[in-house]
Design a protein around this ligand. Sequence first.
Ligand SMILES: Cc1cc2nc3c(=O)[nH]c(=O)nc-3n(C[C@H](O)[C@H](O)[C@H](O)COP(=O)(O)OP(=O)(O)OC[C@H]3O[C@@H](n4cnc5c(N)ncnc54)[C@H](O)[C@@H]3O)c2cc1C
Length: 469
Amino acid sequence: MAQIAGVNTVQLQQLIESVSQGTVITNPATLDNYRWDRANDPSAGTPLAVVRAASAHDVQATLRFANVHDIPVVPRGAGSGLSGGSSAVEGGIVLSLENMREIDVDPLTRTAVVQPGALNTEVKAAAAEHGLWYPPDPSSFEFCSIGGNIATNAGGLCCVKYGVTADYVLGLRVVLADGKEITLGGPRLKDVAGLNLTQLFVGSEGTLGVITEVTLRLVPAQRPPTTLVATFATLDDATSSVLAIASTMRPSMLEFMDRPTINAVEDATGMGLDREAAAMLIVQSDEPAEYAAHEIAEIDALCQRHNASEVFATSDPEEAEAIIVARRMAIPAVERHGTLLLEDVGVPLPRLGDLVRGIEGIAKQQNVTIAVIAHAGDGNTHPLLVFDPTDDEQKQRAHDAYGDVMDLAVQLGGTITGEHGVGRLKRPWLVDSIGDDALELNYQVKKAFDPKNILNPGAIYDPAVLQEK
Ligand SMILES: Cc1cc2nc3c(=O)[nH]c(=O)nc-3n(C[C@H](O)[C@H](O)[C@H](O)COP(=O)(O)OP(=O)(O)OC[C@H]3O[C@@H](n4cnc5c(N)ncnc54)[C@H](O)[C@@H]3O)c2cc1C
């Protein structure tokens, strides 16, 4: 009998018959499209099959099959992840949620019940039809899914005032490793019955269960913001301004771009950014117009006090949008200059200056280009390490610098990942970030939910170590 990666064709036929028609894909060309997320993890395997689930029933049937046959299952949203969290596992199943996209908004409870494959932008649009807003706004909001956002606890640009994905998750339906579907929480603002399992799944990167439905909290639509851009001749002046602003005010955005990023964005847009500036801050206030003008004036004064070379403010929505688009396109703009290793380290805000200066030092020491963007108000930076993939020596230096940046963040009392997740690429640094005892507890929780380690094995936790425990 023919075998595909340990499963014979009769067994595979059982899977095909247990899920909706046409949802199981085994054609090699299509399988290839599901091997990587945006981190291009070199260790990604070739899956046995992709299941493009049409319903929670398909998710349950797939997990029951995988559990019986000990087959790894990698849940996948839109594949925009930046840490290799949805890299395919050799001989496993990629369980794609991309076709489960229903959205149902209830304006009375200000909630939305959403299937995991709906894109973040689709949820925002559905909420807007009722004068409501779903705040979490990763730069990838136009092409990432809500399921992926919850599984990574995605952040974004407005989190400095409005919080991260976790702050909007009221309830979940989740299919566990054995195929059982559970309901957690719901459209209630307060609920302390039992352990907070809802939040345990937030940021669990597909390792504890597959999210099949989510109840999200919505808020009234955001007021049109006033936007300020300030440039600085030194990194220290920019990061001290961030601390001064964040410790006294609550802007709705506080973003940072350094010189290599400014130049990459300017190369891509020609919008007239100051190529000589060491750093640029983008700040927004969405307070009512009169108070926003006051808040922006105070931020202007703080930037001037920290030696800003130029400050520009606007309440024109088109001008503001052009500035924000420039910030959102920073990653693709830098990517034009080579292959990227993307970092996501964060520190307590008073250490932001040490982190940014330290990263500049690592770039010099390892002779690697590192462009830094940051959700600065959250102390969360994205150093983008650029290398030529055909130059092995340069590639090695970039990988060394990748580790050095995480070591630096940990030394500064920070984290190896603020919002992208550990995935597969950051796994070796997890123990340094959270310590032995917390890692041990992570293993115990994983084992309680997924004793056979079939759910996204290799993400977050090391499967070999897990088996030894
Ligand atoms: C240009 C660019 C900018 C970005 N900017 C940001 C940013 O500002 N902030 C930010 O936080 N991220 C950002 N990201 C990273 C990425 O978009 C987020 O991590 C996003 O949340 C991933 O969603 P996804 O649907 O693409 O998930 P995927 O990449 O498909 O999966 C991510 C993880 O979630 C798991 N998963 C997916 N769906 C489910 C489910 N239904 N149930 C259980 N587990 C699941 C996967 O197994 C994997 O571990 C950016 C990415 C790019 C390319």
